[in-house]
Design a protein around this ligand. Structure first.
Ligand code: IPM
Ligand code: MG
Length: 357
């Protein structure tokens, strides 16, 4: 039996409820593969702020660093909207990404046949969509210096710095090419090289890395065009690689192809330390503790944890298949409910997935 230490960060809102279901599923699938998970809970986000006055306590980061992988629910609540930026829950996310050096963010957008009708796009456009967005996560305008708001010549001015070092681009490009090699060998790099210097460097480095991956068909799109192509004809994409801010925006757009934010997982990886796995949806405080949140995105994130974090692809396949079976059998949480289907709660959905493993 192999043991793994998992840092469990439920966070705020529906976070703890959905991670509870993912834990159930992990324990069940773990038995099959002789894996044992030791979960250590820690606080992050608003709940951490309440207790420690900071959204990312040192203790939490330490537990995360010492773990084999981190499973996160979600952070944030409207009640913290008026806090100073430095202690807002979102700051904890940026802090843990930087603290664990999670530079590679994988955001798959996969359309489940059973849920095609939940998308706002025409079925023939979204059926079969399977895009992997590889978003750089620790650089760009999110972290660039100098930044701030100050008064100059009697006027307020606010600024951030969109900046990439060549090695930052190189390492994310490598991950993207490797990802493409394991899929359909198509990679689209998204930038704004017609306007931005930082994007010209981005493109130059991506082209350089491409030399090591002759089998991958590489294309480049400007981000405005990419945003358009993603809803016009999403099936043209296999893997997309882009910087932090463009990836933030495009991954939200891609998620809507699938119709529900409640279905999409993500993985954030570093070069050597533990990865962090979380649903792409937020904390949805309006529906917390009502047993109506959709746990599937978090359960699929646990699948990514097993695949990318603990290198057990089969366990991930099992989880994905179990989710598909449950959807096929007509079970739905409220957010993806449609006529003729059977509505179930958060816990019931978790149990059904366990049963179908
Ligand atoms: C995301 C979120 C975060 C981001 C926020 C909450 C800091 O939008 O993970 O996409 O901008 O990266
Ligand atoms: Mg976002």
């Amino acid at each position: 039996m192999k043991e793994y230490n998992i840092c469990l960060l439920g966070g705020d809102g529906i976070g703890p409820e959905v991670t509870d279901e993912a834990v159930k599923v992990m324990n069940a699938v773990g038995k099959k593969y002789d894996m044992k998970f030791n979960f250590t809970k820690a606080l992050i986000g608003g709940c951490a702020y309440e207790k420690y006055g900071v959204p990312l306590p040192d203790e939490t980061l330490e537990i995360a660093k010492k773990s084999d992988a981190v499973l996160l629910g979600a952070v944030g609540d409207w009640k913290y909207d008026t806090l100073p930026p430095a202690v807002r829950p979102e700051k904890a996310l940026l802090g843990i990404r930087k603290g664990l050096n999670l530079f590679a963010n994988l955001r798959p957008a996969t359309v489940f046949d059973e849920l095609i009708s939940s998308s706002t796009l025409k079925p023939e456009i979204v059926q079969g969509v399977d895009v992997m967005i590889v978003r750089e996560l620790t650089g760009d305008v999110y972290f660039g210096e100098p930044k701030g708001v100050e008064v100059k010549d009697g006027k307020k001015v606010g600024y951030n710095n969109m900046i990439y070092w060549e090695d930052e681009v190189r390492r994310i490009a490598k991950i993207a090419f490797e990802t493409a090699m394991l899929r359909n060998k198509k990679l689209c790099s998204v930038d704004k090289a017609n306007v931005l210097d930082v994007s010209r460097l981005w493109r130059e480095v991506v082209l350089e890395v491409a030399k090591d991956y002759p089998e991958v068909e590489l294309s480049h799109l400007y981000v405005d065009n990419a945003a358009m192509q993603l809803i016009r004809d999403p099936k043209q994409f296999d893997v997309i690689v882009t910087g932090n801010i463009f990836g933030d925006i495009l991954s939200d757009e891609a998620s809507m192809l699938t119709g529900s934010l409640g279905m999409l997982p993500s993985a954030s990886l570093s070069a050597d330390g533990p990865g962090m796995f979380e649903p792409i949806h937020g904390s949805a405080p309006d529906i917390k503790n009502q047993n109506i949140a959709n746990p599937i995105a978090t359960i699929l994130s646990a699948g990514m944890l097993l695949k990318y974090g603990l290198k057990n692809s089969q366990a991930n396949d099992d989880i994905e298949n179990a989710v598909k079976k449950v959807l096929k059998a007509g079970y739905r949480t409220k957010d993806i409910m449609s006529e003729g289907m059977k509505e179930v709660g958060t816990k019931e959905m978790g149990d059904l997935i366990v049963k179908n493993l």
